[in-house]
Design a protein around this ligand. Structure first.
Ligand SMILES: [Zn+2]
Ligand SMILES: [Zn+2]
Length: 139
């Protein structure tokens, strides 16, 4: 993914623009991401936070994930789309909801996490990493 990437909420009031290349994609099958997204799994592309420009005035919802830390979701006041999120333990990154980009985000490694609560009918054969929970401890 090269050049300028634009992501926006349903109504367009909230946007994230970045010139960076996505570092990886997380497909997260945890129950919290299923509920947050309302979808079968949460999916986001992660970028260098310093390279991402947020336009608009999002509302914020905080939760504490299983792994600890604080997960902050930012959503549009008008249309309700959760457009992006940050994790306090990883301040250099911003996650942007994968379905909100104008151009499809392809060619980026997919990390499939919390597969212990993955729906049976989902297969992500092309994922570079599969984990039953969060990231495996480095060997
Ligand atoms: Zn909106
Ligand atoms: Zn999750």
């Amino acid at each position: 993914m090269d050049g300028t990437n634009l992501a926006r909420c349903s109504c367009g009031a909230l946007q994230v623009e970045t010139t960076a290349v996505a570092q990886f994609i997380i497909a997260c099958h945890c129950r919290a991401c299923q509920r947050r997204s309302g979808a079968a799994f949460g999916a986001g592309a992660y970028f260098d936070r310093a390279a991402a420009n947020v336009v608009g005035d999002p509302r914020e919802y905080c939760r504490t994930p299983d792994g600890g830390g604080t997960f902050r979701s930012f959503f549009c006041d008008t249309c309700g789309t959760t457009l992006f999120w940050t994790i306090d333990d990883h301040p250099g990154l911003i996650g942007v909801a994968l379905g909100t980009f104008d151009a499809p985000v392809n060619g980026v490694a997919v990390h499939s996490l919390y597969e212990r609560t993955k729906l049976d009918w989902i297969t992500l054969d092309s994922a570079a990493l599969h984990s039953e929970a969060g990231y495996p401890d480095p060997a």
